[in-house]
Design a protein around this ligand. Structure first.
Ligand SMILES: [Zn+2]
Length: 300
């Protein structure tokens, strides 16, 4: 009898006894379909080892990449959203917030922190797409504004990592006000002559693009990131024309003059450090100054 013929009938394995590969052990690149181990993918900072596709990551990963030894102090970690409009869609807004908090372990769609990056002090705000599509509500606007205030008070450069579908519908007008608020705070930062670096990651759209994401002294992006205001489908339907290939990709946006450069995630930390070294005023330790002056006067 061939071995592959089932002799016994009605064999049944309960689901809990079925053997399966544990979830999250392998990563399949959506771009080139290469399959690599999750550990290797993480080691490569969540970029594809084969084609360099940049996978979406959140504030936890960006802070780990940028802050030295992953050491940082979080600002306003407990700020959560109210429900100013008593908004109900498929469920009431407070319920949606509570469910998202539970699912993601995040309080809202941005986290702000300060610490050292290659020894240089920096304040960073980083958005999380996992929290209601990285939507910008009043908490996002307030936390970014306070982080900018912190940068001004401590005279540190400010960096914003954007990843957002735009304004948060459930807060309607309150969301839109955050565009003006954050832009005004950035103007104050600029008056203090402190650098602002804006990193646009996949995707950066809507009110976020239309406010703080595009106001950097340096607007930079990750390769392949979708950057735009309205989505391509909306634009196509409005103008009734087909859009160019790669429309709204970081590369397209760079070519059309809206970005300063595109940076690979693996080179991000060093590139930012080099950039800030060029623009931040050098601090000379006080004790060294008079010595040098005396030495110069003797020599002359
Ligand atoms: Zn790939």
């Amino acid at each position: 009898m061939p071995w592959f013929k089932r002799v016994e009938k009605g064999i049944h394995t309960p689901t809990e006894e079925k053997k399966e590969t544990p979830d999250g052990l392998w990563y399949k690149c959506p771009e080139c379909k290469a399959v690599i181990s999750m550990a290797e993918h993480r080691k490569n900072l969540n970029t594809c080892v084969k084609c360099d596709y940049h996978d979406r990551i959140g504030s936890e990963e960006y802070f780990a990449i940028l802050f030295d030894d992953n050491k940082f102090t979080e600002l306003d970690g407990n700020l959560t959203s109210g429900d100013p409009l008593n908004f109900v869609d498929s469920k009431p807004y407070p319920q949606r917030i509570a469910a998202t908090e539970k699912k993601t372990g995040l309080k809202d769609a941005v986290r702000t922190a300060y610490g050292k990056m290659n020894g240089q002090n920096i304040t960073i705000a980083c958005m999380d797409f996992a929290f209601i599509g990285g939507s910008m509500g009043s908490v996002v606007g307030e936390k970014i504004s306070r982080a900018i205030d912190h940068a001004r008070e401590t005279r540190t450069p400010f960096m914003m990592i954007s990843k957002s579908g735009g304004a948060r519908m459930m807060e309607a007008g309150f969301s839109l006000m955050q565009m003006a608020k954050t832009s005004a705070k950035l103007a104050l930062l600029s008056e203090e002559r402190l650098p602002y670096i804006s990193l646009l990651t996949d995707p950066t759209t809507g009110g976020v693009t239309a406010s703080y994401a595009m106001l950097g002294d340096f607007n930079i992006a990750e390769p392949g990131a979708l950057i735009g205001f309205a989505g391509p489908r909306v634009i196509r339907e409005t103008i009734g024309k087909d859009l160019p290939k790669d429309f709204q990709s970081a590369e397209f946006v760079l070519e059309h003059g809206f970005l300063d450069f595109i940076v690979d995630r693996k080179a991000l930390k060093q590139k930012l450090t080099d950039l800030l070294e060029m623009v931040m005023p050098k601090e000379t330790p006080k004790s060294e100054k008079p010595k040098k002056l005396r030495a110069t006067s003797k020599a002359s």
